[in-house]
Design a protein around this ligand. Structure first.
Ligand code: 3PG
Length: 311
């Protein structure tokens, strides 16, 4: 009964599309909340190495509790799993701390405009390190992405080189993280959610000594007191919110990466940035010039063209 099979297949495909759509919408919404609380915290407490560490610690703790109470099944892993996870965790740690350092120096919208150039990094990394080649339209679509980001960067009112470089380093690190993660997830029985949980734990171990070396408890204690006296007792809830939402949005994004290619993932991620850019400009009253907004719009349009060219 070929007709029945076709109908069943198309029902399955629509269900799959709906599922990915729900994942994407949840991922974007959680990410907007994370970005807002993360910036509120960084404005009062400019210690991005500690806030990055706390996000990973909170996620690791949430997952350990979920496994212990059997809300989620703990994954069965072996030494090989952790060995393959190591490079992914290094890339995740670098990408995460670099993005947070960037957001501590510049407007959230600026970090995300630069981070919307991630597809261009995917092509460069795949071309240079994986030997993949792409059709000409793909390379051409990178021009508006790179040009738009550059225009937005040079016209940015509060440009800061650390903020810019942090976002660029994060782009590069996350491309490696996504490619290696997809490879690591393929063929093993660990789900996207548990894969991200293990990744958080390993990244936490990698990041903690560096956070202590770069900032350290003395700076944190003085900074914390200062933040609490500025913001009041609510400050601790802001820190909790940024940490919990960081874990949740990443967990949902890994649940979708489980189902899609790294490329679709990075396009979904760029689209996510539109909501973050708009929300953060409104909430933080970020001053922008028309030419600056034009640069961002060109970069994002470039990503649409890129996704078309890749198909
Ligand atoms: C981080 O702290 O890891 C970044 O804010 C994440 O950036 P993303 O939007 O690429 O996940």
């Amino acid at each position: 009964r070929p007709l029945d099979i076709n109908i069943e297949l198309s029902n399955e495909q629509s269900a799959q599309k709906l599922k990915i759509g729900i994942y994407f919408a949840t991922w974007w919404a959680l990410n907007v909340v994370f970005n807002i609380y993360n910036k509120k915290v960084l404005n009062a407490f400019p210690y991005p190495w500690l806030t990055s560490t706390l996000s990973l610690a909170c996620g690791s703790l949430m997952m350990l509790v979920s496994w212990a109470t059997r809300i989620a099944d703990a994954p069965k892993t072996d030494l090989d799993f952790w060995k393959t996870l190591f490079p992914v965790a290094v890339a995740h740690t670098i990408g995460h701390v670099a993005a947070t350092v960037s957001m501590s120096k510049v407007a959230v919208s600026f970090t995300h405009i630069i981070k919307s150039g991630e597809p261009a990094f995917t092509v460069l990394v795949s071309r240079l390190f994986m030997g993949e080649t792409f059709p000409l339209p793909v390379y051409l679509s990178l021009l508006p992405i790179i040009g738009g980001c550059a225009l937005a960067a040079v016209t940015e009112l509060n440009f800061n080189i650390t903020g810019f470089m942090g976002a660029m380093i994060s782009n590069l690190a996350f491309v490696f993280r996504n490619i290696f993660s997809k490879k690591g997830m393929k063929g093993n029985s660990v789900s996207g959610m548990n894969y991200y949980a293990c990744l958080s734990m390993m990244s936490l171990l990698i990041l903690t000594p560096f956070a202590i070396a770069v900032e350290g408890p003395q700076m944190w204690a003085a900074g914390w007191q200062n933040a609490v006296s500025q913001v009041g007792p609510n400050f601790v809830w802001w820190v909790m919110a940024q940490s919990v939402f960081y874990h949740l949005y990443n967990q949902v994004s890994y649940m979708s990466l489980d189902q899609i290619s790294p490329l679709t993932f990075s396009i979904g991620n760029t689209m996510k940035r539109i909501s973050v850019i708009v929300a953060s400009i409104i909430i933080f009253h970020t001053p922008i010039q028309p030419i600056n907004a034009l640069g961002a719009a060109i970069a994002i349009l470039g990503t649409f063209l890129y996704s078309q060219a890749k198909q």
